[in-house]
Ligand binder design. Sequence first.
Ligand code: HEM
Length: 516
Amino acid sequence: MSLPGVFLFSHYVESFWSTSPPLLDWSCVPTLVLAVIAVVVAVTALLTRTSDAKHSCRLPGPQPLPFLGTRWLFWSRYKMNKLHEAYADMFKRYGPVFMETTPGGVAVVSIAERTALEAVLRSPAKKPYRPPTEIVQMYRRSRPDRYASTGLVNEQGEKWYHLRRNLTTDLTSPHTMQNFLPQLNTISDDFLELLNTSRQSDGTVYAFEQLTNRMGLESVCGLMLGSRLGFLERWMSGRAMALAAAVKNHFRAQRDSYYGAPLWKFAPTALYKTFVKSEETIHAIVSELMEEAKSKTTGMAQDEAIQEIFLKILENPALDMRDKKAAIIDFITAGIETLANSLVFLLYLLSGRPDWQRQINSELPPYTMLCSEDLAGAPSVRAAINEAFRLLPTAPFLARLLDSPMTIGGHKIPPGTFVLAHTAAACRREENFWRAEEYLPERWIKVQEPHAYSLVAPFGRGRRMCPGKRFVELELHLLLAKIMQKWRVEFDGELDVQFDFLLSAKSPVTLRLVEW
Ligand code: HEM
């Protein structure tokens, strides 16, 4: 409640009691309420200051308020769905290293300064601690019937290490990707066919991101479950729509649980219920898909290459069945929106460079079944993707807890501090990249200094780096090459980007795919 609000409340209480004189003298109640509030405010302010004092010298940053920390900014000055703009503004106001405070009084240090970022990203921890998403943690811990752990994305320490070792070896192996390439070619061709049938006569494709979500779903299910599930057929099934919507709600609820009022921690608020509903929908649909995939797997011997990951996970005796299911759910959830956002951003940025599109087209062979050598022979494809990840990555910052002390800009940051490594903001700083705000794929062919390429980390860094990286890179290369073989891309105006826990385009996205 704001200060004028408190006075109004006190006035209201007084006038309420003054209408019928009570037997007891209640007139001191408003004063008492105010006194209690004042004491609580003073104590909290004192506690916040004591926790600040632990940092040898307070970092710059917005002023924390009692109970709210600096979160009040996201309920007043900034919009939660424009978090990337909020951070850009805060870096301008407070410099490339600043501190926020959570409602619980915990310091969160944001960094966009090159040396500090490189130090955080280089940190050689064997089991890096990435702060978990609390709402996921809370829900999964309340369902031991379904979850033996909070899952690979949210676990820490030994448990995380065990899951990571047993779940991701095949996913990250170049051999698996090489085997999956023919299947990925077929899935990508089906996606292009879907785009083709969805195009209007002038090449316009409406709701492009939804079609791409279906591609993400079909390919990640193909990889994880080892079979084709029909998400790229002309008319999307109700199931595919429900899954895509649940994944979107899942990400949004995580964003709101973090930056909004943390009431869900104390009562099952609407936000918590939305989160639970999305998690349950995803669980139910993925369980169904797994059953279908299992029955297909026992029925036929083909597609061995892509059955590898699924079968190996299912057969691994070191893992609890609940962890296997949770992993497949997490992999599928992690793979849908991320791919769609990355492809939308890539095509949007490329639409401003018709010359680079022609360059890509000229480097590609005429046939469509592309192998690794064909992709290696088209360096402009890699350059276009690297540059899109530099300028507009779907994950604009990485979260870590420091495992050793660090001195940043003269400030001693103790171990255990929550750090947000803003790789995307750093990549847009002129001291790190030549003409940093422009989409210039040529910088990846002929380097122009400054060129701090180590700051480009769209899939994270170190041992917690995204295990889907190799798969997604292959998929994006293949999709871009196939699209550029057939069409050039046009987009009118500017793309409206918003923060849904990931950076995504405000839907629906309309673009044109025009024949060469
Ligand atoms: C364009 C697509 C993708 C992007 C940009 C992306 C990005 C990221 C990022 C930034 C992280 C955090 C890394 C860190 O903290 O250092 C991450 C983690 C993760 N990603 Fe991805 N990802 C993508 C697709 C995928 C796919 C397809 C899968 C699964 C097949 C996947 C599975 C995961 C998992 C399981 C983690 C947690 C890893 C751990 O904590 O050990 N991601 N991803």
